[in-house]
Design a protein around this ligand. Structure first.
Ligand code: ACO
Length: 324
């Protein structure tokens, strides 16, 4: 059987780091009140990174991709598929994947973006895995990259404290040894309104509101249920149980969502990779950022079983079970 295996990981955070206190001080100048205490208690977030105004998703993606290629011992020219998961593309078109491709010095690989908001990385990984298994691709670069700070309404304290910018990447390679064991993706478009950026470009203008809107409590309730379902579905497809999971690497939205999911899967928090405290919610970038942090810190080892799972706007959700 032909599998896809993770050959290398990489990530990148833009240098400007704001602690909750830094952000609270900035917001206070606009008459918006928040505190480190509120943010930590409700979300677990302590700091986030924001990209400079002239830095786009493709720039963050380039740094993460170069690190993943280096870890895999590959050159950009050896890649035949590039997928970027992002909701904050550089342009309406062409895709951020094409812009990244050129910056990497690759020509000829298939390149496209996947838009599934915070589930984007598990969607992109699933597509790349399917293309490798089918023989349509051999070496894929799968990137989650976001500049979510561009979408934030800094007058809305219920959302602007939650998100950050960053990128993470994996190189996925064809192998006769197991790598990705099972995947499970879903969406339910009836929930479009609970988490969205409703504006769009039309006739040279932005129509509608171009900033993020969220019903936090509705998102919270939905997220916890669907994450458990997706995790259980991938375990069943792979003939495994919760006890086989060495690391849960969830989308990093909120520590309380992660704690609830871990509890439902009977996993102690020692088995959960947590980076939301330092990164905030980086949407499609959060899972590969967390994976790379866990690999580089020596927590994740070759042969271990990893459960990656994401949930986000759409509503979309999914999980990928990996033998690393
Ligand atoms: N600082 C201080 N006070 C605040 C802030 C803030 N940043 N934001 C809200 N408050 C206040 C509210 O005004 C409200 O005050 P009131 O009681 O006087 O009206 C109070 O805090 C409670 O507000 P709630 O919205 O009820 O707070 P809640 O406990 O629901 O927490 C939160 C809000 C953190 C957004 C929570 O609903 C949540 O975690 N939802 C999940 C959403 C999420 O993680 N989204 C990420 C994107 S989706 C994804 O990635 C899956």
């Amino acid at each position: 059987r032909r599998y896809s295996r993770i050959a290398g990981t990489g990530s990148y955070l833009p240098p400007r780091r704001l602690t909750n206190a830094d952000l609270a001080a900035e917001l206070a100048t606009q008459g918006v009140e928040t505190s480190d205490e509120w943010i930590v208690e409700r979300t677990g977030i302590r700091a986030r990174h924001f990209a400079a105004p002239d830095v786009g998703s493709s720039d963050l993606a380039l740094q993460a991709a170069q690190r993943a290629l280096e870890a895999a011992g590959l050159e950009a020219s050896q890649i035949d598929l590039i997928i970027v998961a992002t909701s904050t593309p550089d342009m309406v078109f062409p895709s951020t994947a094409c812009i990244l491709q050129h910056k990497l010095g690759n020509a000829g690989a298939a390149a496209f973006d996947v838009q599934a908001v915070c589930s984007g990385f598990v969607y992109a990984l699933t597509v790349a895995d399917a293309m490798i298994q089918s023989g349509a691709a051999t070496r894929a670069l799968v990137v989650g990259s976001e500049v979510f700070s561009r979408l934030l309404d800094f007058k809305d304290r219920t959302t602007c404290v939650l998100f950050g910018d960053g990128a993470g990447a994996v190189v996925l390679e064809a192998s006769d040894q197991p790598g990705i064991l099972a995947t499970d993706l879903h969406a339910d478009g009836k929930h479009v309104g609970i988490l969205c950026v409703p504006g769009h470009v039309s006739g040279g203008h932005i129509l509608g509101d171009p900033l993020l809107k969220m019903d936090g409590q509705a998102v919270f309730k939905l997220a916890v249920g669907v994450l458990e379902e997706a995790a259980r579905a991938t375990l069943a497809k792979a003939g495994k149980t919760e006890a086989d999971i060495d690391w849960l690497i969830p989308h990093q939205a909120n520590i309380r969502i992660m704690q609830s999911t871990a509890r439902k899967l009977k996993l102690s928090m020692d088995k959960v990779v947590v980076t939301v405290d330092q990164h905030g919610n980086t949407s499609a970038a959060s899972i590969p950022l967390a994976l790379d942090a866990a690999v580089r810190s020596g927590r994740v080892h070759r042969g271990q079983t990893l459960m990656l799972e994401g949930v986000g706007g759409g509503f979309t959700w999914g999980a990928v079970l990996v033998q690393y």
